[in-house]
Design a protein around this ligand. Structure first.
Ligand SMILES: *[C@@H]1O[C@H](CO)[C@@H](O)[C@H](O)[C@H]1NC(C)=O
Ligand SMILES: *[C@@H]1O[C@H](CO)[C@@H](O)[C@H](O)[C@H]1NC(C)=O
Ligand SMILES: *[C@@H]1O[C@H](CO)[C@@H](O)[C@H](O)[C@H]1NC(C)=O
Ligand SMILES: *[C@@H]1O[C@H](CO)[C@@H](O)[C@H](O)[C@H]1NC(C)=O
Ligand SMILES: *[C@@H]1O[C@H](CO)[C@@H](O)[C@H](O)[C@H]1NC(C)=O
Ligand SMILES: *[C@@H]1O[C@H](CO)[C@@H](O)[C@H](O)[C@H]1NC(C)=O
Ligand SMILES: *[C@@H]1O[C@H](CO)[C@@H](O)[C@H](O)[C@H]1NC(C)=O
Length: 247
């Protein structure tokens, strides 16, 4: 081979390698169905969550099931799940942070009524605190949060809330005036309503796509999909081989 030809071959090989890297990086970032918005404001929306219908044919819903249906308010960039504002969605840990109301009890009555559609997802036992009291296992269907009171709380009012660990720091000034109307709450999400054993006989409606598997460890209802070892990405769309294995 002439030196010039060798150099050209090497350049071509290098260019090809760069394309392979670029494709691998791009495919890792695909988090939504085609034609669906991947963000609302600066919040990422990984499938199975989605907003509205796909803008491309067929105009299917951007979400896997109604419980993953979110609404993006384009005028203030708030992402909403049911009646609550979504702060972030973690597609790997299968968690969603919501802005949840602090219950206020004044003069013998609640003047707000925090509620959450926990029939769909469960309040994370590991990630939240109910003041300093642990949440009972697999807490569901909280229709209103009952008060644990601060002694001599703000004049006639007391506050109670369920909140993400470390999102609330107590200060004695809170006994005079409580500064929060909402605090972050973490919910654990799963797909479907049945566990993995349901799919041993039939793959009908199975949400785990290429190179992923069903996992129902620690779930009380439904299941999660996890990429197989050596693969990465979004298991609900299909996982791709990890870059270090590709090259
Ligand atoms: C999405 O499409 C379905 C039919 O595929 C339709 O019933 C529904 O109204 C559409 N939703 C929106 C928000 O356009
Ligand atoms: C997707 O985002 C664009 C730009 O923010 C917005 O105009 C459009 O309405 C969004 N689509 C849906 C289905 O929310
Ligand atoms: C969307 O945001 C605007 C501006 O903050 C607000 O007036 C409107 O009520 C919001 N819509 C919904 C559905 O939350
Ligand atoms: C509670 O009741 C007292 C006496 O009736 C009143 O002065 C006070 O303003 C009330 N507090 C609130 C927060 O409504
Ligand atoms: C609450 O405050 C009152 C008067 O300010 C005081 O007498 C009482 O001991 C306090 N109670 C507690 C539990 O701190
Ligand atoms: C899965 O669901 C079936 C039927 O609903 C139930 O009998 C079984 O105990 C469940 N398995 C696990 C591991 O939860
Ligand atoms: C299933 O998920 C749990 C976390 O919920 C994780 O620790 C475990 O490694 C997963 N198992 C498999 C086989 O993916």
């Amino acid at each position: 081979m002439e030196p010039l030809q060798l150099r050209e071959v090497l350049m071509f090989a290098l260019a090809l390698a760069m394309v392979v890297v670029a494709v691998a990086l791009a495919s890792d970032q695909i988090q939504t169905l085609p034609g669906c918005n991947s963000t609302c404001g600066n919040i990422q929306i990984p499938y199975p969550f989605g907003v509205g219908n796909s803008s491309t044919q067929p105009q299917q819903p951007c979400y896997l099931e109604p419980k993953f249906h979110l609404v993006c308010n384009n005028s203030n960039s708030n992402l909403l799940w049911s009646n609550l504002i979504v702060l972030s969605i973690n597609g790997i840990a299968h968690q969603m942070d919501l802005s949840f109301w602090v219950a206020r009890f004044c003069n013998d009555s609640y003047d707000n009524n925090p509620w959450i559609r926990t029939a769909d997802f469960s309040v994370s036992r590991k990630e939240n605190k109910f003041l300093t009291v642990d949440i009972p296992p697999r807490m569901r269907r909280i229709s209103s949060v009952q008060a644990a009171t601060f002694s001599n709380s703000t004049r006639d009012c007391s506050y109670s809330f369920l909140a993400k660990h470390n999102s609330y720091d107590f200060s004695t000034s809170h006994l005079q005036s409580f500064p929060y109307k909402t605090l972050p709450l973490v919910v654990d999400w799963t797909v479907g309503e049945q566990n993995c054993s349901r799919f041993e006989s039939s793959r009908n409606e199975y949400a785990c796509k290429d190179h992923s598997h069903c996992n129902d460890t620690d779930t009380d209802i439904g299941y999660r999909c996890t990429c197989d070892h050596g693969y990465q990405g979004n298991p609900y769309l299909g996982c791709t081989v990890k870059l270090r294995y590709a090259l």
